[in-house]
Design a protein around this ligand. Structure first.
Ligand SMILES: Cc1cc2nc3c(=O)[nH]c(=O)nc-3n(C[C@H](O)[C@H](O)[C@H](O)COP(=O)(O)OP(=O)(O)OC[C@H]3O[C@@H](n4cnc5c(N)ncnc54)[C@H](O)[C@@H]3O)c2cc1C
Length: 254
């Protein structure tokens, strides 16, 4: 396979954690396969997790902070802070993104949510200054993989599981972040039951992860629907296209 560029974003406060071990494994595997890899280890970088007025030093102090428009203005004027610019450059550089994180309260750790909030700005990842979302999204041409660990058993995140299907839990990232910005979202890679992971299960997880990393550029992405053909002007699914599927009524996947 041709040499590709991959950004691994990792979010865990403990460098000896399972999450850190999986991130290191991914980096090693991808480099061994000849790819170029860059890493954003958010805790190690002491990533600033919240958007606030400090993100817009050019904004007049007496003006109310309207984040949506402040981000757009700063993005288009080249006035974003250096940490955000550096991460945007990595995303732009990458052919694929991997987000490695533990599931915390059915979502990503706050530091990773803050990376998304601050890096995927209006004018960079979406908004009037860039192509429309979904099908033609601003970050199109890239692939994206969630690599998640969670304490619950796999069955608890299944179709009849108490926590709901994993695809539903991760929908905000898969559809709301990746697909919205034009990236092709792959099926997530998950390591469940992480309260205790004996060595043999860790080895099995690495074998599964190796397969998924090998398919990063060849596996079929989740077939989310194109905005241009499947939805009307009000962004509602056109009649007759619903089909029971992975997301219940098949409103989002073909
Ligand atoms: C705030 C919070 C919210 C949470 N919310 C949810 C939730 O909504 N749903 C849910 O299911 N779970 C939830 N959890 C559980 C959480 O998802 C798991 O604790 C997490 O996924 C474990 O990943 P970790 O990297 O922190 O593992 P670690 O705690 O570092 O390790 C887990 C196990 O993996 C093994 N291990 C650790 N390091 C290594 C290594 N380097 N090499 C090999 N094996 C290793 C050990 O057996 C260890 O006990 C939550 C936890 C917290 C703290």
């Amino acid at each position: 396979m041709s040499r590709k560029k991959i950004l691994v974003v990792s979010a865990h406060p403990e460098p000896r954690s399972l999450t850190a071990a999986l991130a290191a494994f991914a980096v090693e595997e991808l480099r061994a396969s000849g790819h170029e890899v860059r890493v954003s280890d958010l805790y190690a970088m002491k990533w600033k997790a919240t958007v606030d007025a400090d993100d817009f030093p050019d904004l007049a102090g007496d003006r109310p902070l309207d984040v949506l428009h402040a981000q757009e203005r700063a993005t288009l004027a080249g006035a974003l802070t250096a940490d955000v610019v550096a991460e945007q450059e990595k995303v732009r550089w990458a052919d694929a993104l991997i987000l490695q994180f533990p599931l915390w309260w059915f979502s990503v750790p706050a530091i990773l949510k803050g990376w998304v909030d601050r890096v995927f700005t209006n004018g960079f990842a979406y908004g009037p200054a860039v192509p429309p979302p979904y099908t033609e999204g601003a970050l199109g041409g890239r692939r994206a993989l969630l690599s998640v660990t969670f304490g619950a058993r796999e069955s608890a995140f299944s179709d009849r599981g108490a926590h709901g299907p994993l695809a539903d839990v991760l929908f905000p990232l898969q559809h709301g972040l990746f697909w919205f910005t034009g990236m092709a979202a792959l099926e997530p890679f998950a390591v469940p039951g992480t309260v205790d992971v004996p060595a043999e299960r860790f080895e099995a997880a690495k074998r599964d992860y190796r397969r998924r990393l090998a398919g990063l550029f060849t596996d079929d992405p989740v077939p989310f629907r194109p905005l241009s053909t499947d939805y009307d002007h009000d962004m509602r699914l056109l009649p007759g296209l619903e089909r029971p599927g992975a997301d219940g009524l098949g409103l989002h996947v073909r």
